[in-house]
Design a protein around this ligand. Structure first.
Ligand code: UTP
Length: 289
């Protein structure tokens, strides 16, 4: 029923103010979890879901992101000369093929909805994925693959959701659902950052979406919403009723790396999931506790 998802948008034009001073001259998407920048986890997750085109919506100070996925002539040459074949193979193994990465500038940080709209011409007329690199998911099946599987069944729009404590609804986009089988919910309403007493549920959207291109027309007409920004949620609201719209409680654990504590937690969780550092890390944590 659904279309093949070939393209993913990575909105990376945010200012990252919660991570100052780290983000003063460096994009927050280059922050590393264990030894990999969060943007690389995001790109690898998209690729694991069969996605072939990666679109970065960038802002000023973001050239390190483009460089990270480029051929690194001096480094590769030096590694070659020194016979460091393992390190060389490692950095070559995930380099995107020529033409797979494109970037477009969001000239002003007008909000996530506006950032997605900036990718309109590069997406064209097909459903596409949106991945916010801030959200890392540790799971057996990559989170985006889980959304792609649902999209194949249901078509239309699919977002990844988690249950949050009621007092936290004010931090997220929250679903109002018409049916819910415990895994997949059919969405009839969306509200950005509702006060706990007004939240229609505690199902919050995380940074993984499959959207139809209909969203672009809606985003073009969406004015400033919560926080004075053009909100993706406000654009998505207009899809409801007109097209299928589902929320998936995905399998896996999500870490919000846009936030200091979430970022520290992600480093520990991803470290513990890595055979090369897990036992040493466990020893260190025990010693500190
Ligand atoms: P955040 O709400 O985390 O904002 O954006 P931020 O600016 O990145 O970080 P803080 O809050 O100042 O610390 C959520 C996602 O939307 C992107 C961000 O890059 C992030 O992936 N975004 C946000 C844009 O691309 N453009 C915008 O205008 C706003």
């Amino acid at each position: 029923m659904g279309h093949k998802i070939r393209k993913a948008v990575f909105p990376v034009a945010g200012l990252g103010t919660r991570f100052l001073p780290a983000t003063k001259a460096m994009p927050k998407e280059m922050l590393t979890v264990v030894d990999k920048p969060v943007i690389q986890y995001a790109l690898e997750e998209a690729r694991a879901a069969g996605i072939e085109d990666f679109i970065f919506v960038t802002g000023r100070n973001k050239t390190a992101l483009e460089d990270h996925f480029d051929y690194s002539y001096e480094l590769q040459r030096t590694l070659e000369e020194r016979g460091k074949t393992e390190a060389l193979a490692l950095i070559k193994s995930w380099l995107p093929r020529p033409g797979q990465v494109a970037s477009v500038r969001q000239q002003l940080p007008l909000g996530l909805g506006h950032a997605v709209l900036c990718a309109k011409n590069l997406i064209g007329d097909e459903p596409f994925a949106v991945i916010l690199p801030d959200d890392l998911v540790l799971s057996k099946t990559p989170c985006m693959q889980q959304l792609v599987d649902v999209h194949e069944e249901t078509g239309g729009n699919v977002v990844a959701v988690v249950d949050v404590p009621r007092e936290d609804t004010k931090k997220y986009g929250i679903l109002d659902v018409s049916s819910d089988d415990g895994r997949l919910a059919s969405v009839r309403g969306l509200i950005e950052k509702p006060a706990p007493a007004e939240a229609p549920s505690t199902l919050s959207i995380i940074g993984r979406y499959i959207l139809t291109p209909t969203i672009f027309g809606h985003l073009e007409k969406t004015g400033k919403g919560a926080g004075g920004e053009i909100q993706l949620t406000d654009g998505m609201v207009k899809l409801l009723g007109a097209e299928p719209f589902h929320g998936l409680r995905f399998e896996g654990a999500r870490y919000d790396c846009g936030d200091k504590i979430g970022f520290l937690e992600a480093n520990i969780a991803f470290g513990l999931a890595r055979s090369d550092v897990a036992s040493e890390l466990r020893r260190i944590i025990a010693a500190l506790a």
